[in-house]
Design a protein around this ligand. Sequence first.
Ligand code: NOJ
Length: 527
Amino acid sequence: MPGSTPPGTTPDRGWWRGAAIYQVYLRSFADGNGDGTGDLAGLRSRLQYLADLGVDAIWLNPWYPSPMADGGYDVADYRSIEPVFGTLAEAEKLIEEAHDLGIRTIVDVVPNHASDQHAWFREALAAGPGSEARERFWFRPGVGDGPPNGWQSIFGGPAWTQVPDGEWYLHLFAPEQPDFNWNNPAVREEFLDVLRFWFDRGVDGVRIDSAAVLVKDLDSVEESYTDHDGVHDIYREWRRVSDSYGGRILIGEVWLPDQDRFANYLRADELHTAFNFDFLSSAWEPAALRASIDLTLATHLSLDAPATWVLSNHDVARPVTRYGRAVTSWDNADRRDGMPSDLELGRRRARAAALLAMALPGSVYVYQGEELGLNEVEDIPEELIDDPMWERSGHTVRGRDGCRVPLPWSGDEPPFGYSTGTPWLPQPASWRDLTVEAQQEDPESMLRLYRSALRLRRRLLGDGTIAWLPLGDEVLAFVRDSGLICVVNLGSAPVDLPAHDSVLLASGPLADGRLPSDTAVWLTPLS
Ligand code: NOJ
């Protein structure tokens, strides 16, 4: 496999331990055929952009055939490619071309649920109550006129839908996403085979969707599906498959507030890494961030697992918008839609946050558009909202489309070089200043900051440890193994920098050699 081993990472310890992983939301990355939806042709034509950015791997959201009831997280066939995105042959070419540029590919596997158009679900509907085909899902008779129990869907409304013969099936998400029954050996065998299918095609890793909710206790009156112990047997089996290929990794989407429970997923014979949602959710406040960093590092150190640092993804409001609000923490249950945001302040903080995340030991994720400093788009016309949360919440939650708007590449007006057609979600006119084209010539731009940081990170950072420097309660400052010092000022007044040799990179201008509020800096140590 061409490409470098990320910094601070010895080859035998694993490439993922210090990797920078770029999340490609394929639908919105680049459109190669002018139908307004991003696709593999578009991505392949822009791979050099990602190589220039300096990322080690890409993670693609689901690219499988799908009715798109939940943006592709409703998978109709786990071994093929959605025709709107391209073909399996193109996917194989993408994997190869990315490898040639030193970029590894990670695919999204969705084991909790399928699409209601998946062959097994259609078979189950046709086969009727009591059939083996229904055993692969959770079909139950109702209680009286109602569903089997009162469980609610994560997208709102009941988690059960009734079929014409009277039975109900469970869906933790939209009704178009029936949950698999993981007690069924056929389901387990099927996913082991899906893993092999993609590893055989050269993918380097798998991101596991909703990884903690696969095992359910339907006899419980309370909702009982999060983090059952039985889920770990599943990932031990998965790990045996990934180990048999060597160097292929398993990444868990595990939203669990309890760090001890979270840590269980990272045991040596389970997943390689899991997203750090504690860090993502933290307020832009020094004590909260420091507590999150300390907790993360302590948890991972005890397991010898690499930490991950995540600021955004396709499910949460863009950091520029989040950090400009009066409440800067993130909460899935309260998305704070429409809460006013000072975008200038938010962008300054997002720049500082990027240098903080990239300086910490472990791997880092960059969600497409984060490197351009895109804001959340909060004025998508209601008739264009695609996220199932909108319908399922009775039009009270606008959902996640605002962070999924197609990227601006070039030009002065939409579609900003993204497509020759009409983008599936409208781009704001204000993004004319945020296109890749506009930013690459501007040394002060977010894109240039990300490029510089990712380059330096490759050389000087990656996996390892930190030692905190005592610079006061409002400042986060630490030294990395290479000697690089990272200082972030979260207070309201400028602060003095610690003794250093030179300034390697700063998220904003210094003020007479002092570090202003909401600014981060990377320093080389005194020699
Ligand atoms: C988590 C994914 O990130 C999200 O986009 C999706 O809606 C749910 N899982 C259900 O698959």
